[in-house]
Design a protein around this ligand. Structure first.
Ligand code: 5GP
Ligand code: MN
Length: 354
């Protein structure tokens, strides 16, 4: 593996981490396995190297139950709903490290607090087009599977710790390796997409050497359905799935009325957008769900091969993401969202038809 950090970046990393006593580690709103994995791993890793520093992980809002077992997740502070207690912690930070996103707006109101607080920042991420000037040190690798993959590379390349001899301190603990593996696994659908670069498997091999139980991690993440979620999945596939054969596109919708009917919890529809891609020939799957807090429709897009979900998301749904997994929103009704989806699919028909 050739290094990803330049000499200048490594020097900047060490200088940014030399002084701080209060470090805040953050991620994007709607934290996923990669966000929770990368932030918890980094917090633990830095604590072992900087025993005097106060290191906190702050998520913009709550994260789903199936991520709560991740080592360190129990101490994550949640900003939304706890603004008065958490804002002073951000305002006391002398370094903010943002993981798994490249834009302050993806942290919602926590992003505003970070924007207004003049302190050093590091960004560690794998999304396209990081916001210019978002951080003093921008470690951005869109070619990588996950922020956790970038994080592990950063750890490998900066493993000269402060005040310790390298050999005294293991590169990782089992818990850190577990967090990192979780993010790599969840952002690649258990290594079924965005995971063809050979380096990924070298990194997994390193993580396995710290004794992680990858089969258990898989079960902890994917075999966690509640009976309600299982039934909701059956209902959506049976009743709500619309397949547009000519466009090789599937569209599923989910309303708040259905949410109430099935007693669905936040996160209960996580991953449903991937299911229609199991239909032979599908290229694009779009999942539309009514937001529970705002009068808008959340849009999730997934594709196979070269179909650019991120371009469609940016052009039609004010969002973005990766080639095969992107998202955005429509400020309007479900009918308006469906109409916009039809327009988007029409625009991309040549690509989809092939
Ligand atoms: P999901 O469909 O799981 O909500 O999002 C899939 C991916 O799309 C996320 O990992 C993220 O990279 C991207 N994404 C989702 N929503 C947005 C959004 O509103 N803006 C941008 N820029 N990216 C998004
Ligand atoms: Mn990610």
């Amino acid at each position: 593996m050739s290094p990803i950090l330049s000499k200048e970046q490594i020097a900047l990393w060490h200088s940014l981490l030399a002084a701080p006593r209060h470090i805040v580690i953050t991620c994007h709103r709607g934290p996923d396995g990669d966000a929770i994995g990368s932030t918890t791993a980094l917090a633990s890793w830095l604590r072992r190297r900087m025993s005097n520093a106060d290191i906190r992980v702050i998520a913009p809002n709550i994260f789903p139950d199936f991520l709560k077992w991740i080592p360190g997740a129990e101490e994550i502070l949640i900003y939304e709903g706890h603004e008065e207690e958490v804002r002073p912690i951000v305002e006391a930070a002398d370094l903010v490290i943002m993981c798994d996103h490249g834009e302050l707006k993806r942290m919602a109101t926590l992003g505003d607090v970070v924007r207004d607080h003049p302190t050093s920042r590091i960004m560690i991420d794998h999304h396209l087009n990081p916001e210019p000037g978002i951080a003093d040190l921008v470690i951005s690798h869109p070619e990588m599977s996950s922020a956790c993959e970038v994080m592990l590379r950063v750890m490998l390349e900066t493993h000269a710790p402060h005040g310790h001899e390298a050999h005294e301190l293991p590169l990782l603990t089992g818990s850190e390796a577990t967090s990192l593996y979780t993010g790599m696994m969840t952002d690649t659908g258990a290594f079924t997409y965005a995971s063809s670069r050979p380096e990924i498997y070298e990194l997994i091999s390193i993580l396995l050497s710290y004794g992680i139980d990858k089969d258990k991690i898989y079960r902890n993440i994917f075999f966690t359905y509640s009976p309600n979620r299982m039934k909701l999945m059956g209902y959506l596939l049976y009743v709500k799935l619309d397949v547009w054969k000519k466009a090789h596109t599937a569209v599923m919708t989910f309303t708040n009325a259905e949410r109430r009917r099935f007693g669905a919890l936040n996160g209960d529809t996580e991953g449903f957008v991937n299911l229609p891609l199991q239909i032979l020939g599908m290229k694009l799957s779009i999942f539309l769900r009514e937001d529970t807090e705002h009068p808008c429709i959340r849009v999730s897009l997934r594709s196979v091969d070269d179909f650019p979900c991120n371009e469609m998301a940016a052009e039609f749904f004010g969002g973005g993401g990766h080639k095969n997994a992107a998202g955005g929103e429509v400020w309007g009704t479900m009918d308006e969202a469906i109409a916009l989806v039809k327009k988007a699919v029409q625009k991309y028909m040549t690509l989809l038809k092939e």
